[in-house]
Design a protein around this ligand. Structure first.
Ligand code: NI
Length: 170
């Protein structure tokens, strides 16, 4: 396994639209394992392949307290969404140390392939539902800060660019 480099906002590659995975083969399973390792190492609850500069529809999530319940979603599709919305603080490994409220469907029904290539369909709610929607946005090139006002987004962008310059000097 290998830890992958996670792109930081406002890296333009984060706006790439991912392609469907043609086949869940050894290459994809390796990607999944590397993404899980990278997500756990960064203490994140979710990671989309877009964030590691691989533009295929692969997501890993673990919203469990014990960090022992990895979920793998390949070619995910939202089959149903609740009318009810929830409004919770979100963060992102590509936008470190920024937390902002975003409106999401409170419950979603998802269909995806697992790491074994088998189709699965499940309902998600709470943090898991938020995470599924957040990560699926990454696959279409959308970062959660794009839900915020232009003013907030510009402020976050400036903060990220300043941090990147500081990291370069360090
Ligand atoms: Ni994210």
């Amino acid at each position: 396994m290998a830890k992958l480099n996670i792109l930081r906002y406002p890296d333009p590659r984060l706006h790439t639209v991912a392609k469907p995975v043609p086949q869940v083969d050894a290459r994809i399973r390796q990607l999944v394992d590397d993404m899980l390792e990278s997500m756990y190492a960064a203490d994140g609850v979710g990671l989309a392949a877009t964030q590691v500069d691989v533009h295929e529809r692969v997501i890993v999530i673990d919203t469990s307290e014990a960090r022992d319940d990895p979920r793998v979603l390949i070619n995910p599709e939202l089959m149903a969404m609740s009318d009810e919305m929830s409004f919770a603080d979100e963060g992102c490994l590509s936008v470190p140390a920024i937390y902002e409220k975003v409106a999401r469907h409170a419950r979603v029904t998802v269909r995806a392939l697992g790491r074994d290539g088998q189709p699965q369909e499940f309902e998600a709610e709470g943090l898991f539902a938020v995470c599924v929607q957040h990560e699926m946005d990454h696959l279409v090139g959308k970062v959660f800060v794009e839900y915020l006002s232009q003013l907030k987004r510009d402020r976050i962008k400036a903060k990220m660019l300043k941090k990147a310059r500081e990291d370069e000097r360090a």
